[in-house]
Design a binder for this molecule. Structure first.
Ligand code: HEC
Ligand code: HEC
Length: 326
C-alpha cells in the first residue's frame, strides 16, 4: 500500500500541477467599492440649493451653479495655472462633444471618478480615444454615467479634435492630490458624485478589504476646485504588499510593472504613467482589463499581467501606486 502511494505520488502531483496550470482563474465578483454609482434622486421636488455665485481660495473668479453644471464650458478657476485650452477642451462641441476640461479639469489632473490625462503620451491618448469610439474600451459596470458620457463624447469627435486635446494634455505636468491612509476603522460615508462622501460626524465603520476614496471637503469638490485634496483609506499593510507585488509580478518577475511602465512607474514611450493616480480608478482599469471590458490597441500587453490577478492584488497594487509621486 505504502509503495503504491509512493509510486503514484509524483504522478498525482504532476497531474494536479497540470490541472491548476490549465484551469483559468475565475473572475472574482466586481469590487463594488471601486465603481460607486450615484443613487437616484429622492422623489418629489429637488431640495432648494444656493445658486451662487461661488468663490474658492486663491482665485479671483466666481461661478454660479448653472455655470458649474454646464458640461459645455469647463469652469476655469485659475487660468494662470495652465496654457490656453483648445476649443474642444474648454467648450467641447454641441450637442455631443462635452468639454474635456469639465470632467478632467483644465489642469488635466482629473478626479477619482474619471482619469488623469496630464502627461499621457499622445499616441496612447489617441489610441484610447479610438477604443472608446469603436466601443472596444468599456467599463465592466455598464451604464455608469461618467464612462457613458466619455464614450458618447469620443464617438462624436473628429480626428483633429482628438489630436488637439491629446497634445494639450500631453504637455501638462501630472500631479496627485490623493493622500493614501492605512486605517482599519474609517469615517462612515455615502455615495455622492460617483465617489464617497465622508460623514465626519457619523462615527466610524470597519474598512475591511476595500479602498474608500473621497474628497476631504465635499463642497470644494462640487465647486470643481482643481486643488481639491482627496483621501483614500486602504487596509493596513496594503502599501508594502503592493510594493512587493509591483516589483515581483509574473513568473521570475517577468511582468514587474516598471519593466513596461518605466522607472518610478512614470510611463515609458507609449505606456502610461500609473504613479500617484486615484487608487479606485486604478482598480477599475485593472478589473476592466481582467474582465475584458477594456480592449484597445495595446490591451493584450496588460492581459497577461492581469490574467491571474485577484481582487486583493489589485487593491494592494492600487494602494501602493497611488501613494507615489507622479
Ligand atoms: C462626463 C465626463 C467626461 C468628459 C466630458 C470627458 N471625459 Fe474623458 N473620461 C471620463 C471618464 C469617466 C474616464 C474613465 C473611463 C473608464 O475607464 O471607465 C475618461 C477617460 C479618458 C481617457 C483615458 C485615460 C487613460 O488613462 O486611459 C482619455 C484619453 C479621455 N478620457 C479623454 C477625453 C477627452 C479628449 C475629452 C474631451 C473631448 C474627454 N475625455 C471628456 C470622463 C469624461
Ligand atoms: C508587458 C508590459 C506591461 C507590464 C509588465 C505592465 N503593464 Fe500596465 N499597461 C501596459 C500597456 C501597454 C498599457 C496600455 C494598454 C492599452 O493601450 O489599452 C497599460 C495600462 C495599464 C493601466 C491603465 C492606465 C490608464 O491610463 O488607464 C494600469 C492601471 C496598469 N497598466 C497597471 C499595471 C500594473 C499594476 C502592472 C504590474 C503588476 C503593469 N501594469 C504591468 C503594459 C504593461
Amino acid at each position: 500500500m505504502v509503495r503504491i502511494v509512493i509510486r503514484t505520488l509524483p504522478l498525482l502531483l504532476f497531474l494536479s500541477i497540470l490541472l491548476s496550470a490549465c484551469k483559468p482563474m475565475v473572475l472574482e465578483p466586481v469590487p463594488d467599492w471601486a465603481y460607486p454609482t450615484n443613487p437616484p434622486p429622492p422623489p418629489g421636488a429637488p431640495a432648494a440649493v444656493s445658486q451662487g455665485p461661488f468663490q474658492i481660495a486663491n482665485s479671483k473668479r466666481s461661478f454660479t451653479r448653472a455655470e458649474l453644471t454646464n458640461l459645455f464650458a469647463a469652469p476655469d478657476w485659475r487660468p494662470e495655472d495652465h496654457p490656453a485650452m483648445p476649443e474642444v477642451v474648454a467648450h467641447g462641441r454641441q450637442p455631443d462633444v462635452r468639454a474635456c476640461g469639465y470632467c478632467h479639469l483644465p489642469t488635466g489632473n482629473g478626479r477619482p471618478e474619471n482619469a488623469r490625462l496630464a502627461g499621457l503620451p499622445v499616441d496612447y491618448f489617441v489610441a484610447q480615444m479610438n477604443a472608446f469610439r469603436d466601443g472596444s474600451r468599456k467599463s465592466h459596470v455598464g451604464g455608469r454615467a461618467p464612462t457613458t458620457n466619455m464614450s458618447n463624447t469620443a464617438k462624436a469627435m473628429r480626428d483633429d479634435e482628438i489630436l488637439a486635446a491629446a497634445r494639450y494634455f500631453a504637455a501638462l505636468p501630472p500631479a496627485s492630490f490623493v493622500r493614501v491612509v492605512e486605517q482599519s476603522m474609517i469615517p462612515k460615508s455615502k455615495i455622492a458624485g460617483w465617489l464617497f462622501r465622508f460623514d465626519r460626524n457619523g462615527g466610524l465603520e470597519p474598512l475591511g478589504q476595500r479602498i474608500i476614496e473621497g474628497p476631504e471637503d465635499f463642497e470644494q469638490f462640487e465647486l470643481r476646485d482643481p486643488a481639491t485634496p482627496y483621501i483614500a483609506y486602504v487596509p493596513e499593510g496594503s502599501i508594502a504588499l503592493g510594493k512587493r507585488l509591483a516589483e515581483t509580478w509574473g513568473e521570475n518577475k517577468t511582468l514587474e510593472c516598471s519593466s513596461c511602465h518605466g522607472p518610478g512607474y512614470r510611463g515609458k514611450e507609449n505606456v502610461p504613467n500609473i504613479a500617484g493616480r486615484s487608487p479606485t480608478s486604478i482598480v477599475r482599469q485593472l478589473y476592466d482589463f481582467r474582465s475584458s471590458a477594456r480592449r484597445g490597441a495595446k490591451s493584450s500587453e496588460m492581459d497577461k499581467v492581469v490574467r491571474d490577478m485577484m481582487n486583493s492584488d489589485m487593491l494592494a497594487l492600487a494602494a501602493y501606486l497611488a501613494s507615489l509621486t507622479p
